[in-house]
Design a protein around this ligand. Structure first.
Ligand code: C5P
Length: 303
């Protein structure tokens, strides 16, 4: 089961709610960088996890892992406590990088276990289960382009199938999403700014046009200042991407991965080459989006 990473083409962050989450309008964009999740049957009723690949040695494989929690939640929902599974995850999405790798693993575990156990769970119900696990899990299931509202879990699929070409620059370390949101709160309060989670309609229209030069100036990440404040080296990475000719560069979600929009495949090759030796960049990859998620047909695209 391949589950894609995401970029937020716009992340418009509103005020902190009483439940601690922030109201958002975000334009999610799934890209061609996937974690692979496989579920193999276990007769002893246990749910176990083994992981390999990108950063896997740093992750717990117990019930604190979101993929294991996903399998447990699905089993509880099915009312079949005897169902067992051995989850195997091959990771490629940077760890704690702002590209929803953990959410991708949870989404993959939901779909892989539903199939393994022969559960007929409608995709809409899988999305609802995903929302219980994390704000980005429903989008990891859906993929494509989508507007996310609420804390990001209320999805409206968006048109825009023309591929956009990106260069992804991974940082040597990660950032904690709650810490970045906390810094966002502090910075907006300090600067007297009013957080604005309004829908980025211009970006949505540009995305539909498929022209990267229209999309580039409209990319927006309200968490970027907070991520750069906590990880100052990101400013140099963003500058380096522009210096080698990217149309635009932003921090992906809560960071620290940075993503650079390119005009086409060739241009992405040149930008990737230029960035590969930049200071503070651990790895560079070329990706395209949008790509579908495992439950791509769960919601219709609104016209
Ligand atoms: O939903 P998820 O578990 O991925 O969120 C991780 C953390 O990110 C939350 O505990 C919260 O601190 C922050 N967050 C937020 N507002 C959102 C989404 C996440 O403040 N809309």
């Amino acid at each position: 089961m391949r589950v894609p990473a995401k970029i937020n083409l716009a992340l418009c962050v509103g005020s902190r709610r009483v439940d601690g989450f922030h109201d958002l309008s975000t334009v999610f964009h799934a890209v061609s960088l996937w974690d692979d999740v496989v579920a193999v049957g276990r007769r002893d009723g246990r749910i176990t996890l083994t992981m390999s690949g990108e950063g896997s040695e740093l992750l717990p494989c117990d019930e604190t892992n979101l993929a294991v929690r996903a399998a447990l939640l699905l089993r509880e929902q099915a009312g079949e406590p005897g169902l067992g599974a051995d989850l195997r995850i091959e990771k490629r999405v940077p760890l704690a990088g702002g590209m929803a790798g953990g959410s991708a693993d949870a989404a993959g575990a939901l779909v892989a276990c539903a199939r393994l156990w022969g559960l007929d769970v409608p995709p809409g119900e899988l999305l609802a289960l995903g929302a219980q696990l994390g704000s980005d899990v429903p989008f990891s299931l859906l993929g494509g382009n989508a507007l996310g509202r609420g804390r990001g879990e209320r999805l409206h699929p968006l048109a825009g199938a023309v591929p956009l070409h990106w260069v992804v620059a991974a940082a040597p370390d990660g950032l904690s999403t709650p810490a970045v949101y906390r810094r966002f709160d502090e910075l907006t309060a300090h600067d007297g700014l009013v957080p604005d989670s309004g829908v980025p309609t211009d970006l949505i229209a540009a995305l539909e046009s498929g022209d990267p030069r229209e999309v580039a100036p409209l990319l927006r990440n309200d968490l970027q200042a907070a991520a750069v404040d906590l990880h100052p080296g990101l400013a140099a990475t963003l500058d380096a991407g522009l210096a080698v000719g990217a149309l635009a560069g932003i921090v992906s979600g809560s960071g620290p991965t940075c993503v650079f929009l390119c005009a086409d495949e060739r241009h992405a090759g040149a930008v990737a080459g230029g960035l590969s030796s930049a200071r503070g960049v651990r790895a560079v990859q070329r990706v395209t989006g949008p790509v579908p998620g495992p439950c791509a047909a769960a919601l219709p695209v609104a016209r």
